[in-house]
Design a protein around this ligand. Sequence first.
Ligand code: AMP
Length: 175
Amino acid sequence: MPDTITQLREAVRDVPDFPMPGILFKDITPILANGALFKRSIDLFLDACSGKGIEKVVGIDARGFLFGSAVAYQLGVGFVPVRKKGKLPYRTDSSAYKLEYGEATVEMHVDAIEPGEKVVLIDDLLATGGTSAAAVKLIRKMGGELVEAQFLIELEFLAGGANLQGVPFRSFLKY
Ligand code: AMP
């Protein structure tokens, strides 16, 4: 039986030219749809969080919510969404960034993180690191102690980790 990483890798579906020509989109929905694989993917994040005293999980819109909220539930800590501009109802801080495809702004509620709270940042995929770097800025602005950034998938050839402003990061499936 193939190991967990191999099984997860085999489940990721490559979709060429989505959402625009030239982008090879890594579709994680086959992992979500498979109960055993979804559980194993969450367990990878949980193992990586173990012993770090994490007090809050920050997940990035939208697939970071799927992994991040399951991790927060299992850790018994709060979950904070970083959302695309205009989605959060209360007062927000915002941070603009460049994406592998296009430009965008992300926002977080101003009271989402307490100063000194130990935070893990979670998303499905690290590409250029622009999105995560914007989230890092928001977390630090609020005084959160960013312990680690974690990604199910990393597109290593884009070297996004270099944009994370020194935040330790890890990924489980590397391409
Ligand atoms: P980046 O800011 O370049 O690191 O892009 C990361 C964000 O865009 C993550 O939220 C990903 O879900 C999404 N993303 C970027 N590139 C891809 C890709 N090739 N396949 C799937 N998602 C991607």
